[in-house]
Design a protein around this ligand. Structure first.
Ligand code: FES
Ligand code: FES
Length: 182
């Protein structure tokens, strides 16, 4: 199949790529742009390791076609900090040891930012529910909850209003996730 041109905006930078029409955002990031911070776990929309923001909404990039992301801002873990200044959520994950192997961590952090921006970080139960699409085989769930509780008030000052943010739609909270038990 002949490649097509995709014009993406990734972490504020325009990117013109020649890709197969079937290329996902995840593969575009990792294989075409060299941004390997976003991880491929299941490649089936079940683990959340590949979570990025597209148009301000967290999505699983393994199930999102790159062509469909044209015209929207894609934010990955590489775009979260400002130079050497970590995003409050990144710092909170460090402060609370919210990772072990770290494989799920980029997706956890992006999803955690979305969780706070959506207004779903008010209680431990809410955090567990709205983070339950992101699995951690190291079971760092209690530490992740603690990190989100630390970062949420720090993010509050420059956050848009809750009603301005779309809810996550393509990776619904998992009722059976171990995140519910952490
Ligand atoms: S790699 Fe996308 S959800 Fe697992
Ligand atoms: S820190 Fe190892 S999978 Fe989450």
């Amino acid at each position: 199949m002949a490649p097509v041109t995709a014009r993406l905006t990734i972490n504020g930078k325009p990117q013109t790529l020649q890709i197969d029409v079937r290329t996902t955002v995840l593969d575009a990031l990792r294989e075409h742009v060299g941004l390997t911070g976003t991880k491929k776990g299941c490649d089936h929309g079940q683990c959340g390791a590949c979570t990025v923001m597209i148009g301000g909404r967290r999505v699983v990039s393994c199930l999102t076609l790159a062509l469909s992301a044209q015209g929207q801002e894609i934010l990955t873990i590489e775009g979260l900090s400002h130079g050497d200044q970590l995003h409050p959520m990144q710092q909170a994950f460090i402060d609370h040891d919210a990772f072990q192997c770290g494989y799920c961590t980029p997706g956890q952090i992006i999803s955690a930012v979305g969780c706070v921006q959506e207004g779903h970080a008010g209680t431990d139960e809410d955090i567990r529910e709205y983070m339950s699409g992101n699995l951690c085989r190291c079971a760092a769930y209690p530490n992740i909850v603690a990190a989100i509780k630390q970062a949420a008030p720090e993010m509050a000052q420059d956050m848009p209003a809750k009603q301005d943010l779309p809810a996550r739609q393509d990776s619904p909270a998992r009722q059976d996730s171990p995140a519910q038990k952490g």
